[in-house]
Design a protein around this ligand. Structure first.
Ligand code: TYD
Ligand code: MG
Length: 484
């Protein structure tokens, strides 16, 4: 972009002054009404019962909105008036992005190696999962000045939490404010190097008539923060509430506006918390951060498999360990099955952390291909530690846990499994097998069962762990439980 050396990169203009100034004063009065779908954010000039965009019923609500550009209290010098010209891609200068490390190893990993200056991140998660705690930790670990804006708690409440976490820093500023224009003014005065907004649903712009939390407010406030980030290069992290079905409250468009969407999840009854990337314009979406929530806040988990492996030695039948992948991280997880004779006419099937339909499929395969009948038995399946596993590589461990419980044969606690089960009873290969094998070896397992079909293209030889190749569930049965 052409900009003379002396020209400031941006100027801060207060919302009132900006809208009041001659050229834009008309925007102050120009109000239009529209109906917005609270599920997907589509809008229409008339009320509609059934949203044509997301098919939801009765989700249209009336909202008043200022004309298009009214929300832009942020104004860049004169740049807006410079018309852009098309340039050949080869002539565009590559941007060297110096990522800013947050000081939190898991957060840096998930963002793809630190935060990119001028980017805006959205982090969603269920209430009470620890979003505010995580970002307060990030704010305090950050090397420069940070501004933590909370619309949900007072500065005293945040201080209480900070005392719990420890490591209070002078350069972390708190602001209990919900008015967007006032937040922007404070940013202008303080000039922090990181801005955190907790949460976007509480922020409202006085230029819009709709209530805080409405789609127009959430969307326009995010757009304004995005402009702030782009024009000042201050990275902004925004917390977003999520709805019952797990999507970020407010329209889907919110996810389009921001550069990265992170999801903070976990089970409130367990200590671990997972930070996943759903979208990342500057990095991979396969990354996973693992934390443990304890008395002093969130701690990064360096050795995740420890969380999900059985700690006691008294292993009973029905337990098997699967080498799974979460994001790009190999994790060994204990699966537990209990097969008992059904008391009532219809046998029960119940799962925790595993897909019920997948369990039905595995039972059907065992019956059809292996002659093992579960028709008269109740089957309970549990992934230990409260984790939800969707990686198909866990199939083989689940299958062995089921057979182990049915036959009441204990499995040695030094063996583990990584393979997907096909409908004809074949054991299929899974991705990133080397990583899984190395993790199992590191944790002291001495045997791992994998698919025979992977053998051809494996060119590494682990030292301490023995690799067993199996082709079908019958081979697996013979190898693990002995010949029938
Ligand atoms: P919080 O960050 O307020 O959640 P969110 O912002 O996602 O709603 O986290 C609240 C929970 O975290 C609360 O139930 C208590 C727990 N917690 C701890 O267990 N240890 C701690 O050190 C802190 C600060 C919170
Ligand atoms: Mg909170």
């Amino acid at each position: 972009m052409c900009r003379s050396k002396n020209q400031p990169f941006f100027t801060f203009v207060s919302a009132e002054r900006f809208l009041g100034s001659g050229k834009y004063s008309h925007l102050k009065k120009k109000v239009k009404t529209q109906f917005v779908c609270s599920s997907c954010g589509a809008n229409s000039p008339k009320w509609i019962g059934n949203c044509p965009s997301c098919n939801a019923w009765n989700t249209y609500h009336e909202e008043q909105q200022l004309a298009a550009s009214a929300g832009h209290a942020w104004k860049i010098g004169e740049q807006e008036n410079v018309p852009a010209k098309p340039i050949p891609i080869s002539e565009v200068q590559s941007l060297q992005v110096d990522r800013m490390l947050t000081g939190d190893s898991e957060f840096d990993r998930v963002t793809g190696g630190g935060i990119v200056p001028g980017s805006i991140l959205l982090i969603g998660g269920h209430p009470g999962i620890g979003k505010s705690t995580l970002l307060l930790q990030v704010a305090m670990a950050w090397k420069g000045k940070t501004l933590y804006v909370s619309g949900e708690e007072s500065a005293q409440q945040i201080k209480l939490r900070a005392d719990r976490i420890g490591g209070i820093q002078d350069h972390c500023y708190l602001l209990a404010e919900t008015n967007l224009e006032r937040i922007l003014l404070e940013v202008q005065k303080l000039e922090p190097s990181l801005l955190i907004i907790d949460s976007i649903q509480t922020v409202h712009s006085s230029q819009l008539d709709s209530a805080p939390g409405t789609i127009t407010q959430v969307r326009d406030s995010t757009t304004m923060l995005q402009r702030l980030a782009k024009e000042t290069q201050i990275p902004v992290i925004v917390i977003g509430h999520i709805t019952k079905d797990g999507s970020i409250a407010g329209p889907k468009v919110l996810e389009h506006i921001v550069d990265a969407v992170l999801q903070f999840e976990g089970d409130r009854h367990h200590v671990f918390r997972l930070l996943r990337t759903i979208k990342n314009r500057f990095g991979s979406t396969d990354e996973l951060g693992i934390y443990e929530m304890n008395q002093g806040g969130l701690n990064a988990v360096i050795n995740p498999s420890k969380l999900w492996l059985n700690q006691n030695d008294a292993i009973k039948s029905g337990n098997a360990v699967g080498a799974t992948l979460e994001g790009q991280r190999p994790i060994l997880i204990e699966t537990q099955a209990l097969v008992s004779s059904a008391v009532y006419g219809t046998p029960q099937r119940s799962t925790t952390g595993f897909d019920m339909r997948r369990l039905h499929m595995l039972l059907a395969v065992l019956e059809k291909r292996c002659g093992l009948f579960f028709g008269q038995s109740d089957v309970f399946l549990n992934i230990a530690g409260g984790l939800r596993v969707t990686d198909p590589a866990i199939d083989m461990a689940v299958l062995c846990a089921l057979v182990s419980s049915l036959e009441d044969i204990e499995l040695a606690h030094t063996i583990c499994f990584a393979g997907e089960i096909g409908l004809s009873g074949e054991i299929r290969s899974v991705n990133r097998l080397e990583q899984r094998i190395l993790e199992a070896e590191r944790l002291g397992f001495d045997k791992i069962f994998i698919s025979r079909y992977h053998a051809k293209n494996m060119d590494f030889e682990p030292e301490r762990i023995q690799i067993r190749h199996v082709g079908s569930i019958n081979d697996l049965y013979d190898e693990v439980f002995g010949e029938r």
